[in-house]
Write a protein that binds this ligand. Structure first.
Ligand code: URA
Length: 200
């Protein structure tokens, strides 16, 4: 059966209920080092959703996704796509900061990933842009490296999945910029958006 279309109000309510269900979570070991659960934020009715890896120090302190340096770069990527941050929804594969910003471990992804899936089912975005390997591997069900997965157009729960490099990687590897822009343009085409002639 196709997913029922939810109104914006229903999405708001269901996201609030999901956040309440997560509660003061102790389902995995990441709870031991976290300060704040970073649920995700943005337009509950977004056509475009970004999925990162997990909160870093700034996100753990503030409770908001992508507010540190990688977040500032993500903001610029969103603007390059002719959108505003408040138009999209931003979440992560795990909702608590891994110690020292290490990659989330498979048991942590297995525990927290279902909450991301629930967010996707509620928001029903047209396009999901995966930022980095953990998001791409989780949503595409693959263990291949991000350099391989970024070429792959997948589907997840009715959404188009476009994988690209994580903005933190992009900060250290300027050469990846044309690849990321190509991926973002692919997402724009799937959203019916016209790319600007030249990104900055
Ligand atoms: N990196 C991520 O993957 N997610 C965030 O929310 C911030 C940095």
């Amino acid at each position: 059966t196709p997913p029922s279309r939810l109104t914006r109000d229903q999405k708001v309510r269901q996201l609030t209920a999901l956040r309440e269900e997560i509660g003061d979570c102790t389902r995995c070991k990441l709870c031991q080092g976290r300060k704040t659960i970073v649920f995700g934020e943005g337009n509950p009715d977004a056509d475009l959703m970004f999925v990162g890896e997990g909160p870093g120090a700034d996100e753990d302190a503030s409770g908001r996704p992508f507010v540190g340096r990688a977040g500032q770069l993500l903001d610029r990527m969103i603007v390059a796509m002719t959108l505003r941050r408040e138009d999209v929804y931003i979440a992560n594969v795990v909702k608590c900061r891994p110690p020292g910003n290490r990659t989330p471990e498979s048991d942590e992804v297995a525990t927290c990933g279902p909450f991301l899936i629930r967010q996707i089912e509620i928001i029903q975005p047209k396009v999901i842009v995966c930022l980095g390997a953990p998001a791409a591997q989780f949503l595409l069900g693959s263990k291949k490296p991000i350099g391989v997965l970024r070429g792959v157009a997948g589907r997840y729960h009715g959404a188009h999945v476009v994988a690209t490099y994580h903005p933190a990687y992009l900060m250290r590897n300027e050469k990846a910029k044309p690849d990321v822009w190509a991926d973002l343009k692919k997402a724009m085409a799937l959203l019916g958006l016209t790319p600007p002639p030249k990104p900055k």
